[in-house]
Design a protein around this ligand. Structure first.
Ligand code: C2E
Ligand code: MG
Ligand code: MG
Ligand code: MG
Length: 296
C-alpha cells in the first residue's frame, strides 16, 4: 500500500488500481472527514397539495436532501457519495446529523409560521439495520421539539435486503410513536407490490421515471393510475415525484393524485432561500391549537 497525504486527508491506493478506483478511494477518504469539517448541507424541497384550489398550491412539507460541498470537486451528488457512506458505515453519523438538522429546521419554520411544517428525511437501509435508529429519531424529535407526526421517514426497497422482520419491526415501532413512513421511488423495484404488504407505511412516492412519461399518455399513465388506485385502496397517501410540467400536473390531478413534488413547484433550496407559502389558507385566530402555550 502506498500513501499520499494531503490537507485533512489520507489517500490510500494499491499498486495497479485503475484511475477510477483511485479516484473513488480518494473520495471515500475525504468522505470520512466531511462531517467533522462541516462540508454537508441540507437542502429542502417542498411537496405541494393538489387539493388546494388556489393558483399556488400550499406546501404539505419539505423533503430534506443532503448536499456535500467538496473543497475541490464542488457539489458531489448524494447518488455518488451515499453508497460510499453506506459501505463505510459513515452513513450512520451523517444520517443522524441530517435528522437533527432537518427536524430543527422544521421546528424553526413551525414556530415562525405558526402552523405545523412537515419534514421528510431519507433513511438508508444501513441506518435501519440496527436499533440505534430508534434512539437517533427519538433524540432528534426531543431536541428539536418537533411533533412525531410532522416527521416522515423515506425508505426505498433497498431496506428489504436486510433482515426484513427486524427492519419492519423498527419501522413499526417508529410509526407507533406517530412518525410517518413513506416508500420512496415506488415502482422501480422488482418487488414493489410485495413490500407494500410487508412494510408498515403511510405514503407511496411514485418514482419520477413514471411521472416523466405521463404527458405522452399510454402505459405510463395506466401504470400511475394503477399505483394511485392501489394506494387509495390501502388507505395510503400518494406523492408524485419529479413533476416538471403543467401537463404532467394536469394528468396527475385528473388521476386524483394528492401530492406532488418537482421542479414545477420548487427546486431543493438552502433553508434560508425557502419562502413560506402565502397564507391563502390563513386560519382564523380562534383556531389556535388547544395545546398552545397561553400568552398570559
Ligand atoms: P430521492 O429521495 O428520490 O429524492 C428526489 C431526488 O429527485 C432529489 O435528487 C431531487 O433533487 C430530485 N428532483 C426533485 N424534483 C425533481 C424534478 O422535477 N426533476 C428532476 N430531474 N429531479 C428532481 P438528489 O437531491 O440528487 O438526491 C438523490 C437521492 O439521494 C435521493 O433520491 C435519495 O435517495 C438520496 N439522498 C438524498 N439525501 C439523502 C440523505 O440525507 N440520506 C440518504 N440516505 N439518502 C439521501
Ligand atoms: Mg426521498
Ligand atoms: Mg424519491
Ligand atoms: Mg427518486
Amino acid at each position: 500500500w502506498a500513501k499520499a497525504s494531503g490537507k485533512n486527508r489520507l489517500v490510500t491506493y494499491a499498486e495497479g488500481m485503475s484511475k477510477e478506483a483511485q479516484d473513488k478511494a480518494a473520495l471515500r477518504d475525504d468522505l470520512a472527514h466531511a462531517l467533522e469539517l462541516g462540508q454537508f448541507e441540507v437542502h429542502y424541497q417542498a411537496t405541494v397539495d393538489f387539493r388546494d384550489s388556489g393558483p399556488v398550491p400550499r406546501a404539505k412539507g419539505y423533503e430534506a436532501l443532503l448536499r456535500w460541498r467538496h473543497p475541490e470537486r464542488g457539489t458531489v451528488s448524494p447518488l455518488e457519495f451515499v453508497p460510499l457512506a453506506e459501505a463505510s458505515g459513515d452513513i450512520r453519523a451523517i444520517g443522524a446529523w441530517v435528522l437533527r438538522t432537518a427536524t430543527a429546521q422544521a421546528a424553526a419554520w413551525t414556530a415562525e409560521r405558526g402552523t405545523p411544517v412537515g419534514i421528510a428525511v431519507n433513511l438508508s437501509a444501513v441506518q435501519l439495520g440496527d436499533d440505534e435508529v430508534l434512539t437517533v429519531v427519538r433524540e432528534a424529535l426531543r431536541d428539536s421539539g418537533l411533533r412525531p407526526h410532522q416527521l416522515t421517514l423515506e425508505v426505498t426497497e433497498s431496506v428489504l435486503v436486510g433482515d426484513l422482520d427486524a427492519v419492519s419491526g423498527r419501522l413499526a415501532r417508529l410509526r407507533a410513536t406517530g412518525v410517518q413512513v413513506a416508500i420512496d421511488d415506488f415502482g422501480t423495484g422488482y418487488s414493489s407490490l410485495s413490500y407494500l404488504r410487508r412494510l408498515p407505511v403511510d405514503t407511496v412516492k411514485i418514482d419520477r421515471s413514471f411521472v416523466g412519461d405521463l404527458a405522452h399518455g399510454g402505459s405510463a399513465t395506466t401504470l400511475v393510475a394503477t399505483i394511485i388506485e392501489l394506494a387509495r385502496s390501502l388507505g395510503l397517501d400518494v406523492v408524485a415525484e419529479g413533476v416538471e410540467t403543467e401537463q404532467q400536473a394536469q394528468v396527475l390531478r385528473d388521476l386524483s393524485c394528492t401530492y406532488a413534488q418537482g421542479y414545477l413547484y420548487a427546486r431543493p433550496q438552502a433553508a434560508q432561500d425557502v419562502v413560506a407559502p402565502a397564507p391563502a389558507d390563513a386560519v382564523p385566530s380562534d383556531a389556535v391549537p388547544s395545546d398552545a402555550v397561553p400568552s398570559d
